[in-house]
Design a protein around this ligand. Structure first.
Ligand code: PMP
Length: 427
């Protein structure tokens, strides 16, 4: 049976045919990946693509980093799952995270970013005794109720979200207030009206689930000031920004310290481990809240092989010029693409930070709000990315998705991308 038929078999046994977010990308059903290596992947037809999608972001070091993979194999050979007590490696990873991330005094490990943000919201409600969670239009924090994909984008859902028939509890949606990103006035008004009911504000400090929208000056500080004044919890969801932009997360760049932080993705270069950390008094609510502590569990939390992956990844991020490399390539890509689009007379603005880049097809400067993003010409965006695929370059053809460069990408890859972009625009 040919490998391509796998996608057909998948449709009969896996709803939608895939397990990741790709189900919503028409035309990608046939993409069956057979190998990944460094900056590339190969599909079942034997075509090798330079990969800028990077599985939504984890492999900052590149696919199959030999040091991370060796650490996983070594750990797995000695210990698989315990489910009791802790290991030394687990404690050392927690110590490292606490040392690196300004807001973090205590840490709990989870397997995914969604679990980390879920626990962050839950502990915020328990600690404040309040219901409401403020989130921002365009921000994504995982698949669970209240901050799920269903409430990220539609402009009519700004304000209180109507219960919808997606299997999400209406009560949870009703306890979610969705505000425009980068709009300090809207935040102040929400706190003036609902301050006494707000348990937490959760934010991607840089909005990467709609490409790359940087926080405007002062916005994150307003979140800090308003939450402090109202006695609410400020959560930075650094699942993307965390290790990709800096070891200490965006908070080490912007100087605003949240109460709780979630990290994942690039923390272990593709292995499933994430974490929630923060102020000791809040984190201790998980183990010793008066009355009843907030329940925390997970069969795979602190899995030795995943902890080994994170520690090996962290070691490499510390000891090798990973951030310097990806930042330099990211800059070359952004300025190169600006040139390519302007030469071709295409109205586009190239946004990004560090290793992240995205071209929005719209006039004017890089967007600052979700309303700006609605001006993106989705057909052009998807057309451009589909044309890149013909040149064996993969950027996810899904509207507003960011692209990532890794430590395994080289200047030759950048040249190839710019050349392919020139050709794609001609096509
Ligand atoms: N937070 C952010 C900012 C994310 O981008 C994501 C995933 N894209 C999550 C949380 C959820 O993480 P996971 O997919 O590991 O559950």
């Amino acid at each position: 049976m040919s490998l391509d038929s796998i996608s057909h078999r998948a449709l009969s046994v896996i709803p939608g045919g895939v397990n990741s977010g790709q189900r919503r990308v028409p035309g990608l059903e046939q993409l069956v990946i057979t190998a990944t290596r460094g900056a590339t992947f190969t599909d079942s037809r034997g075509d090798t693509y330079t990969d800028y999608h990077a599985a939504f972001g984890p492999p900052l070091l590149g696919h199959n980093d030999p040091d991370v993979d060796a650490a996983v194999a070594e750990a797995a050979a000695h210990i698989d799952l315990m489910g009791v007590g802790v290991t030394q490696a687990e404690v050392e990873l927690a110590e490292d995270l606490a040392a690196l991330i300004p807001s973090v005094e205590k840490v709990l490990l989870t397997s995914t970013g969604s679990e980390a943000t879920f626990h962050a919201l839950r502990v915020s409600r328990a600690a404040t005794g309040r219901r409401l969670v403020v989130k921002f239009q365009g921000c994504y924090h995982g698949w669970h109720d209240s901050v799920s994909m269903n409430v990220i984008s539609a402009p009519e859902r700004v304000g209180r979200v109507d219960p919808i028939s997606t299997g999400i509890l209406p009560e949870v949606l009703d306890a979610t207030l969705v505000l425009p990103f980068n709009d300090s006035g809207a935040v102040r008004r929400a706190f003036a009206e609902h301050g006494a009911d707000i348990a937490a504000v959760i934010v991607e400090p840089v909005q990467h689930n709609v490409g790359c929208v940087l926080p405007v000056d002062g916005f994150l500080q307003v979140l800090r000031d308003e939450t402090t004044r109202a006695g609410a919890v400020l959560i930075f969801d650094e699942v993307i920004t965390g290790f990709r932009h800096a070891l200490g997360g965006w908070q080490s760049i912007c100087g605003v310290t949240p109460d709780l932080t979630t990290v994942g993705k690039a923390i272990a270069n593709g292995y499933p481990i994430a974490a929630i950390g923060g102020r000791a008094d809040l984190m201790d609510t998980f183990s010793s809240a008066p009355g009843r502590p907030v329940f925390f569990a997970g069969t795979y939390n602190g899995h030795p092989a995943m902890v080994a992956a994170a520690r090996a990844c962290l070691r490499k991020l510390r000891n090798e010029p990973v951030h310097e490399h990806v930042f330099a390539l990211g800059e070359q890509i952004r300025s190169g693409l600006e040139e390519v689009f302007s030469e071709a007379g295409v109205p586009a603005s190239v946004a990004g930070y560090g290793s992240v880049f995205v071209a929005y097809f719209m006039d004017g400067p890089a967007p600052q709000t979700y309303t700006d993003l609605l001006r993106n010409d989705a057909a052009m965006f998807l057309g451009y990315r589909r044309a890149l695929m013909r040149h064996r370059i993969f950027e996810l053809p899904l509207n507003l998705k960011r692209s990532h460069v890794s430590y395994a990408h080289t200047a030759a890859h950048v040249d190839e991308l710019l050349m392919a972009s020139r050709a794609a625009l001609r096509e």
